[in-house]
Write a protein that binds this ligand. Structure first.
Ligand code: ADP
Ligand code: MG
Length: 284
């Protein structure tokens, strides 16, 4: 029994080393988390990835939401399969203008198939995505998590020992803020630097009369960032075109790249880059 567990420890060490070697050519690894679902993590992860790609960066987008993999749909590659390279490694799906996408979804028979797996199996798959995918040289790897602080973000955080930091997405109302506090504490418990909080779905401006209504209140994300002493990265308003972009599989920042409508996202990306610079400086 003892021999078996030492074998297990040894194989875990080998796998950890494989991951380290495979992702050492990735400059920044960012984990997107939230305390709960439907707050816009996948939307933020997708638009952040494409925004960086539009700025000429090499970007990978890894979907570790095993039960609800939405990235392929949101970037327009739903139904596409992952292929194996001649050496058996996994080739990510390349999405123009330059984002390498990996998700469990292209491994499923169809998108309605539920994944019924326990924690260890999910960890194994995430581990393989990190060790066996040919990510190549990247400036950023963005990891989109399922809601909450469960197996998937925990596995990603443990497997990527060189995580640059976590980005927390929240909506402005009190209950969502309570959940975002949990996400901050999760990152702190795992010693992951916190890049900051994004307040999504912050106000809706009526396209007909121009009046802004704060359906879920406003300013809560900023307040909770202040209370928790973490950077506030910015607000994204509720916009029906964001829903439409997600449903059509055309990232909002790509379809609106010349429009002032994506200024808020642009500002958030600038803030993320600034915070990453601060984190990497203090690490040196
Ligand atoms: N700022 C926004 N304005 C309008 N709709 C949004 C916004 N952010 C997200 N959505 C929509 O809300 C739904 C949930 O977003 P999603 O990114 O899937 O959340 P999560 O990944 O946190 O579960 C999606 O249909 C998405 O298009
Ligand atoms: Mg999601």
């Amino acid at each position: 029994m003892k021999e078996k567990s030492s074998e297990k420890v040894e194989s875990q060490k080998i796998q950890q080393e494989k991951i380290r070697e495979n992702i050492e050519k990735i400059s920044h690894k960012l984990l997107i988390i939230s305390g709960k679902g439907g707050v816009g993590k996948t939307t933020v992860a997708t638009n952040l990835a494409f925004s960086l790609a539009l700025r000429g960066k090499k970007v990978g987008l890894l979907d570790v939401d095993i039960h609800g993999p939405n990235i392929p749909k949101m970037v327009g590659v739903e139904g596409e399969k992952l292929s194996a390279l001649p050496d058996g490694r996994i080739e990510p799906i390349f999405v123009s203008p330059g984002v390498k996408v990996v998700s469990v979804s292209p491994l499923l028979r169809n998108s309605d198939t539920p994944v019924i797996w326990r924690g260890p199996l999910k960890m194994k798959l995430i581990s393989q995505f990190l060790s066996d995918v040919e990510w190549g040289e990247l400036d950023y790897l963005i990891v989109d998590s399922p809601p909450g602080t469960g197996d998937e973000p925990l596995s990603a955080a443990q497997l990527i020992s060189s995580l640059t930091g976590a980005i927390i997405v929240t909506t402005p109302q009190e209950v969502a803020l309570l959940d975002s506090r949990k996400a901050v504490n999760f990152a702190r418990a795992l010693n992951i630097p916190i890049i900051g909080i994004i307040e999504n779905m912050s106000g809706f401006t009526c396209p007909k009369c121009g009046e802004t209504t704060y359906l879920f209140k406003t300013g809560g994300g900023e307040r909770s960032a202040r209370d928790l002493d973490v950077p506030f990265l910015g607000k994204i308003p509720l916009d029906p075109e964001i829903v439409d972009s997600g449903d059509k599989g055309e990232p909002f920042v790509v379809t609106h790249k010349n429009s002032s409508k994506q200024n808020h996202m642009d500002k958030i990306v600038d803030n993320i880059i600034k915070e990453i610079e601060k984190i990497t400086k203090t690490k040196k």
